[in-house]
Design a protein around this ligand. Sequence first.
Ligand code: MOS
Length: 743
Amino acid sequence: MSEPREAAAPIVGQDHRPTAGIGAPIPRHDGRAKVTGEAKYAGEEVPPGTLHAMVVASSIARGRLTGLDARNALAVPGVLRVLTHRDVPKLGPASVLPFGQSHLPMQSAEIHYEGEPLALVLAETLEAATEGAARLRPTYERIRHTTFEDGREVVPPGGSEGNGFAILEIDAQKGEVEAAFENAAAAIDETYMTPCRHHNVMEPPATVAEWRGDTLDVHDATQWTYGVRYGLSAVFGIPPENVHVRCPYTGGGFGSKGTVWPHQVLAALGARLTGRPVKLALGRAGCFTGCGYQPMMRSRVRVAADRDGALRAVVHETASLTSQFDDYVEFGNAGARGLYATPALLVRTRVVKADVSTPTAMRAPHEGPGMFAFESAMDELAVQLDVDPLELRLRNHADADPLSGKPFSSKKLREAYAEAARRFGWSRRPRAPRAMRDGEKLIGWGMASAIMGANRMAANARVRFAADGAVTVEAGCQEIGNGAATVLPQIAAEVLGIPAERIELRRGDTSLPETGGTFGSSTTMCVGSAVADAAEKLKAKVATLAAASGAGGKSGAVPPERWGAILGELGVAEVVAEGAFAPDGAPFDLNGSRSRYAILTWGAVFVEMEVDEALGLARMRRCVAGYSVGRIVNPRTARSQVIGGIIWGYGRAMLEESVMDRRHGRFLSKNLSGVMLPVNADIPRDIDVFFVDEHDEHASKIGARGVGEVGEVGVAAAIANALYHATGKRIRKLPVHVEDLLA
Ligand code: MOS
């Protein structure tokens, strides 16, 4: 098989060739296990005697369950039990984080959202559970429900009064905003809409739970084994150590497996009440009601500028959908807060309460939807001022954090703009729209900046060196496709001087050192720094042993090839060292708030779109994108992450939308038929990704920031801006529809 073209992204400005450790483009360590089926996922772990569970979910958005005759299901051969709210003990409490929603299942007859679990059918086979569930016919008393369109807009509680979602200030301001608009030479005031979307992971969530006395064993499809431990320990009132959660492979998550949802509770509950292991797999339909979604968001963006394009004020106000019981906040205003220098800025975050389940983070939450609005508005400002869109960004480049005034830990966005523009050929762009054609098709070039927050979370790791030469890295985090199984060994390899291919990662297990969840683009930076710390300590321990045995002189510095022999001589079977990462001494830090520096990631995205106005069809022809994200541990897996993000952004722009039927308060989709997602045929071969060489010593020990999500940010705006350049039509509501582009 031929090597894919440019498998590793170039690191622009790098003056050395990395070897087998940090910086080496080594292929995915777990690739073979995944494509051969050797990798085992949670739902495949079925102990003998396992019962299969099926959820019966509410088909109404608000009301009461008035009847549900379990006898219909129990008549099916193999159905053992039907649990309803009458059988379920009072659970709780469920606090947001580790839970995705605080409302627990089957605690009363009240119905709060479509898809709320009403009953759990437990059977000897999946077929019997499915048939039993299908025979239950719940009856309801309906209460009029509300949707985004008629829901109440409220100020979500912030800070310590919030319920775990208020990670940033709800409102923030600096300078005289309104005065700036009064005197501005140019101003934009527009409203933008982004839709609800579901994560649509390849591996739908599945949980296998088994009790042994007062301890609970769980195989779960999760992004956060420790979160599942804490969540289940809280609702069942047992110590956290009594919950053992395993998940060595996670088949995609994008946020939907970041927290605990009702199905994990129900699986454990079913197992407790029957005394048998229980497997509960959500299935595709369950993915549309059971594990969160990205909330729709309305953004009003106002920008004011001088004649020469210098910003005078930026304002970004958002309102996003949330449930009646939680205030999941989509902070859409990262661009206004942090991207450009401005004397005045105002951000306001609101939520709209409706009868829905609690939304959740979805790959590049906050920045993703918000930056469509903000970077579209910047493009509109460039058009009004008749300046080049890149020139407008450069003129307003922020050299310090606009809101806090703090210096950036590291920021090479200027380099990313310059190199991306050069590779794209941006200087040849005609200013006016509708100026480029290829046959019948209109061609447009658009660009946008990217900004993404940096979640630094405490992490622990362990490194083992055995006398037989085996090297193992251990951490509780997940391999979700992010490349953890590849890059964490590379980090140990760099420190130890042992080839990464010889180092195994043991992961995804609460018996291993605790890490944060595998989300927020944080794993390489945080767990990787803990791995580097552990590897350094291991190396020191080996040196001490070597020196004691008379090898390597006083320092005990011995090449790793000899370590095994030295341990053998000493009769030491294994050397083990523990390492940790704590962001500026704390368990958690967002965007460097605990640091003297503002810590964020950056990018520049350029796209070429073609539009057929006769058919209303658009295609992306090519994309060039450059990123300033700190040190790159593996330019192959990092490139793959960013390309995945760009495709995710293409989906946001052109295809994805979970439509809610307002009359019934339910999402229309219950399977993937009719759900528009990007496929290979939608995506050009020509996606050119690079990174700017960087070592961010303030962000993390290893110099890395985060790569997982920033690739998504700005893509939808760059596409919409290119569509404007192609057609002269400004699209302010995603996804782009055929009728938006028809002549
Ligand atoms: Mo993600 S939304 O950090 O899984």
